[in-house]
Design a protein around this ligand. Structure first.
Ligand SMILES: [Mg+2]
Length: 351
């Protein structure tokens, strides 16, 4: 029987800002990217700000309208990366099997001969007292169930799903809680009146296979709380990308460019959130006849800036799109990633 802990730091960027400036404590706080009067976006909102309906990825203008008294501070990735590293190092003292999945989230596998419930609660306590940060931890027999359980008890939560009770634990939860059941999947599941994970577990697996192919089998197992994916240590993203298939093949340059700019902003958001900058920007074009071209440009200086990524992507589009051919799919990717903090060190040592 495996013992997997999923740990998620609560409102991480906002919590670090509060830690460094205690006057911000318990006030509605927004850590933002960009300008509040321009195209700024909420990166993280403190729980005091979330009470007003503010959430991550919301346009800053809307957040300010919902919560005019909010204190807004700019993201500081170098600072958050440092705190993230401290958390991960503390966890590695307890178990070497740490899989970091993002700046504020990880899995830890605990060997079968050790008391995982005790270790999990000890981690939570030490992260609070030694590093000043709140987190939520869930213990389960696999990664999938521990992740879902963790999100169900945030913030400052602790939960242990006993072996054998995975399906029963998941059953009452909304289907939205299942990672991998995205919008399109959920729309299709409406046919069987699936509202909870338990509803999904009752749909015959053959029917799911007919509708979703191989994925149908996965959905069935996931709904029962079964997952055997391993812990992968030293995880690093190789690239971040977004793509979009148009409802209809199109030659409408304005619409295509608008889409490209939006996707670039999402790529930039994800890069910044994970503390990376990209050296290479890639444009992917698929024409109506399914021929696909990818073109890339390598930048003089790595970036996580939405406007810079958008400019590159648009330039690539203008240069390489054969305008007589309608486009079916377009994508933008950021490759050749480097960590933001090491980028800083590099420029210091160069200077
Ligand atoms: Mg978090």
């Amino acid at each position: 029987m495996r013992q997997i802990l999923h740990l998620d730091l609560d409102a991480f960027f906002a919590s670090v800002e509060e830690l460094l400036n205690p006057q911000l404590k318990d006030k509605p706080l927004i850590v933002a990217m960009g300008n509040p009067n321009g195209r700024g976006v909420v990166s993280t909102a403190s729980y005091a700000a979330r009470k007003f309906g503010v959430h991550s990825a919301m346009p800053l203008r809307e957040a300010v309208r919902l919560c005019p008294q909010a204190i807004i501070v700019p993201v500081r990735h170098g600072v958050y990366s440092e705190h993230s590293r401290r958390v991960m190092n503390l966890l590695r003292e307890i178990s070497p099997l740490v899989e970091q999945v993002s700046i504020d989230e990880c899995y830890v596998e605990i060997p079968p001969d050790r008391d995982a419930a005790q270790l999990g609660q000890e981690m939570q306590q030490r992260i609070k007292t030694e590093l000043g940060l709140d987190c939520t931890i869930a213990l389960a027999t696999n990664k999938l169930v521990s992740k879902i359980a963790c999100s169900a008890v945030k913030p400052r939560g602790w939960v242990a799903v006993p072996p054998g009770h995975e399906a029963a634990f998941l059953a009452p939860l909304a289907i939205e809680k299942l990672p991998g059941a995205g919008k399109v999947t959920r729309a299709k599941l409406a046919r069987w009146n699936v509202r909870t994970i338990g509803d999904l577990a009752r749909v015959p697996v053959e029917e799911l296979r007919k509708e979703f192919g191989k994925n149908g089998g996965w959905l069935h197992q996931a709904a029962l709380g079964q997952d055997d994916s391993p812990i992968v240590t030293e995880w690093k993203p190789k690239s971040v990308s977004q793509e979009n298939t148009f409802d209809r093949d199109t030659r409408n340059a304005a619409a295509i460019e608008k889409n490209l700019v939006e996707m670039s902003a999402r790529v930039a958001h994800e890069l910044a959130r994970e503390g990376y900058r990209a050296r290479t920007i890639v444009l992917k074009l698929r024409y109506g006849d399914f021929t696909t071209v990818t073109r890339q440009v390598t930048l003089a200086a790595p970036t996580a800036d939405a406007a810079a990524i958008g400019d590159c992507a648009q330039r690539l589009l203008r240069t390489h799109w054969n305008k007589s051919r309608p486009i079916r799919l377009i994508g933008v990717g950021a490759h050749n990633l480097i960590e933001t903090s090491s980028a800083r060190q590099l420029s210091f040592s160069e200077g």
